[in-house]
Design a protein around this ligand. Structure first.
Ligand SMILES: [Zn+2]
Length: 379
């Protein structure tokens, strides 16, 4: 049955439409003026009561949430993540693996392959492999014991499900690997991250096929005016990149600089681990203990681990700490990641999937709709 949402401030193409109605089933059918609603008899009417309405948020980098992690390699874990993040406005995501043993990574990939269409919260769009082909000098919270030379072995087996790989192109065999993936599997987004490459090596890797950068500033060679590093090369290019906008992983001033420099190429991610959407405590990430206090997740030695950031809070932070407007922030979690993945999501547009979120001016999520079904309503 067709549904219609009335009384919403609809965010379309970085504009806010009032006095319009969105008509949808599994996909968005139409956006019509209030007067034209009469043409749609027997529509189920949902009253947004003045809330904002946008396309559902897309998270390109999330390990876990609600106590579950992608590396748990179970249906229950994926279902818990998929369900919990609805409260953050996220309607689809890339389940993100860690640098662990080959058998653990394969278990996680098999689990995603088998369950990708069975979870019934936010949709799984595929896998983001964070490692194991990274540089130990920029391991971040990835376990150096399991870092390995780039190899096509796992990729060939799971290629249809892999949508993104974070890797260090400067390691032995790295550049050849980038070229091979780019030729063989052009749908896989190759992202530089956990990398100690020089500015020059990074620029060469863009020519070879790297088109994105993972959690900009974190786990990469930083900017020095005589040696601009990965960070300088990304800022001095038109590739897309993503950022953890929690003001813990990335300083407020850096968020401002990244936004000024990258604009529509900047995508917000959470990099959330299993403690996402949960209380303070001790959890595990990639086999290591992580303690969460005051929104900060750290390993025993104090190194930052994954985040506990919620995607809707990332939006609020960007609006607070930079001059990004609401509609620009929404673009960075909807249209920008959807374009990068080449999918018909991330925009309120006829023919696109009816992944829709309603929220208030504080970016509190009121309702989350996935594929036309209401999956979350604020209690
Ligand atoms: Zn991560």
């Amino acid at each position: 049955m067709l549904k219609a949402i009335i009384n919403a401030k609809i965010i379309v193409n970085k504009r806010i439409l009032k006095d319009f109605v969105i008509i949808f089933d599994k996909c968005i059918e139409n956006i019509v003026s209030n007067n034209e609603l009469n043409n749609y008899a027997n529509c189920h009417i949902i009253d947004a009561k003045g809330a904002y309405l946008s396309a559902g948020f897309i998270d390109l980098h999330i390990h876990g949430s609600g106590g579950a992690d992608t590396m748990d390699a179970s249906y229950d874990a994926l279902q818990t993540i998929s369900d919990t993040i609805l409260q953050t406005g996220t309607t689809s995501f890339l389940a993100t693996t860690m640098t662990m043993s080959n058998s653990s990574i394969i278990n996680a990939l098999v689990n995603i392959r088998d369950n990708v269409d069975l979870v019934n919260g936010a949709s799984i769009l595929g896998v983001h492999m964070e490692g194991p082909f990274i540089n130990p000098a920029q391991c971040g919270a990835q376990d150096t014991e399991f870092i390995q030379r780039p190899s096509m072995e796992i990729i060939d087996e799971f290629a249809p499900y892999i949508k993104m790989i974070t890797l260090a192109p400067e390691v032995a065999g790295g550049m050849g690997f980038v070229k091979e993936i780019n030729n063989k599997y052009p749908h896989i987004i190759l992202s530089i991250g956990h990398s100690n490459a020089s500015y020059e090596e990074t620029k060469d890797s863009f020519t070879a096929g790297i088109s994105h950068a993972t959690h900009l500033g974190n786990a990469m060679s930083g900017f020095h005016h005589r040696s601009p590093g990965v960070l300088g090369a990304v800022l001095d290019s038109d590739i897309t990149c993503d950022v953890i906008a929690d003001s813990i992983h990335t300083h407020k001033a850096s968020l401002r600089i990244f936004w000024e420099q990258k604009k529509d190429k900047l995508i917000l991610i959470t990099d959330a681990m299993r403690a996402g959407c949960m209380k303070c405590g001790t959890y595990s990430l990639g086999g290591q203990a992580v303690t969460v206090t005051n929104g900060k997740a750290t390993l025993a030695d104090g190194r930052l681990a994954g985040s506990v950031l919620r995607l809707n809070d990332a939006l609020a932070n960007m609006i607070k700490f930079t001059d990004m407007t609401l509609v620009e922030a929404i673009y960075s979690v909807t249209t920008a990641p959807a374009k990068k993945l080449g999918i018909k999501k991330g925009a309120i547009k006829a023919g696109y999937d009816a992944d829709i979120v309603l929220f208030d001016e504080k970016l509190d999520i009121l309702s989350t709709i996935v594929g036309g079904e209401i999956k979350y309503t604020k209690g």
